[in-house]
Ligand binder design. Sequence first.
Ligand code: DGJ
Length: 710
Amino acid sequence: MHHLRLDAVDCTLLIACAVGAPPSLLYWGPALGKNVSGDEIARLALPQGMHGVADVALPLSLAMEAGLGHPMVQGLAAHRAGKDWGSLFRVAKVEPLPKGARLICRDEQTRLGLEYRIDLDPETGVLRIASTLTNYGATQLDLNDMATACLELPQSMTDVIGFTGRWTQEFGRERITRMSGSYVRENRSGRTSHFSYPALLLATADTNESAGEVYGLHLAWSGNHRLRVDTLTDGRVVASLGALLFPGEIRLAPGESYASPEIVGAYSAQGISALSRKFHDHVRTKLLRTEMRAKPRPVHYNTWEAVYFDHDTERLKDLATKAAALGVERFVLDDGWFGARRNDLAGLGDWVVSEDVYPEGLGPLVDHVTALGMEMGIWFEPEMVNPDSDLFRAHPDWVLGAEGVDQIPFRTQYVLDISRPEVADYLFERIDAVLRDHDIRYIKWDMNRDLSHPGGVDGGVRAVAQVHALYALLDRLRAAHPHVEIESCSSGGARADMGVLAHSDRVWTSDSNDALDRQSIQRGASFFLPPEILGCHVGPAHCHVTGRRISMAMRAATALTGHMGLELNLLTEREADLVQLKSAIALHKQHRQLLHDSDIYRLDTAPHHLASGVVARDKSEALFSFCYMWGDQHVLPGRLQFAGLDPARNYHLTLIWPDAWQAVKAPSLIEKLDLGGAGAVFSGAALMQAGMQLPHAQPETCLLFHLKAV
Ligand code: DGJ
């Protein structure tokens, strides 16, 4: 076989894999007809003579290993005590897999094996690649660097869309024109990070949400990473993603292997939203547990922004009572219930219910919550320890660090080396005990600092091992408590990748509950993650992070479209706001199935607006959100062109939020067509092609429209 050919609904992948030659990506793009052969695609890309380069054509390979002799890109670098650095991998065997193949490559000179597992899901169109390097030699191998794979993509992809951010501003997008040389994003924080979401998009200059070609690549990994797009002097474009390794971190003894994290990729010829729909399908059908997918996502109440560390059973019970009355279905007790954790200076690691704050234990609160018909959830930050804790006093050697270097202070906490079996066992036993002692159905698993110096007790780097240990601990807890759902939180959304999602059930999107910030953060997260796994909470009227005051109508509309929750002090909020909140929760539940299991359509709008919607897969129903972020020089905001509807069907259109909404100057179209009441019927074609003139509204207004096919 010269080529591995994989076909999905709308795309084809061809990997050159002739035995004896390096493997490479030959084609990935629109579906090729059966009459098209890999050979002709290869012939159309035959190497040509060029001045100023090597006399022989230098091929690109999936590994871009040192032995290729390529002057610009190196995807794999390894050596044995300074020798055997020039591996050149050639395919030895191709073994078919149900949706792809295993490419077994060898380099006899350096005695290394490199295997690729490649599959393309025919239904979702999602490509997955993982690679494993094995040391077949008699001596130790040092691996400096290894991208999971290096993929040549079309030169017509002139734009790179990268993901950036910071605490409370996750999932920011930066679109730049691809330049010569290298676009590189590196993350050494030891977690997925706020500042470099492990993903890249490559698109044509005119690709937008609804049209144009785009490739998306995501590294399913919750640790250090390197993402690159290299534009070579000959114009070819190579994208590569992989775990970033620290010096000496991966040393393979004879017979040992290093397995890279998986790249999850997708291609769309219909714009970026269509690409996101593929990633959402992947998360839903391949990562989430079937039983959790089937269960409606309960509306949360989270105690953090209501009480912080000021825990008091009676007040928490009052909050629970109030939350249940509003329609909340799960009560999550956040940080502060254990050990000496009365502030963030002490107690982390001591996972025992605090007798000071809960003299009768957690039982009375849990009983109260469950008697109200809600599930109970609880916060842990298992990977961390405060120096002021019983755990640290007993085991100061359990923390990660670097010899001779002071710990970098970071929220007054250190990181435990959870790759040590005794540490993982301790954490399992503590968490397991809390879950066994109480009727708890949900864990918010937090992680609030970088692994600044990820060295273990033997002096070696444990960053990769730490991520594997995290996944193993999550799996062990899941196996012991299959009915318990786990949320991956990391100071907001710093650990929300597809690696951790294979071991958890939802993510905390951001610590900013500011609805204006959240509109953009949630939009960015939706590039890869479906709305039902994005924790979206209604925060206090006076936002704690930004200081902004935002109406309940706007806050509720923003949380309502994701996995809805509340995170505010219900005992001090205005009664009128609580009445409105109750009606938003009811509305969320009414449309939860549609919101949580449909196709996403983000709309392209002017920068001061944000709009997106979900459309049922059979196109029988849809819900769109249009948000006026800030003021415009024009009075009217232009038209809302719906997307994803069936042009041939008629839809009953209503404005479902805010309740009883009135335009700034009535009558607007909303009143004239009675969209807030009986509604009106329009064809899908008219709604999408002509669009609806939007009303004059104040900034910080979010309108939700419902469409039902008639
Ligand atoms: C960071 C999380 O993102 C917050 O939601 C909250 O759980 C705090 N940690 C608690 O310390």
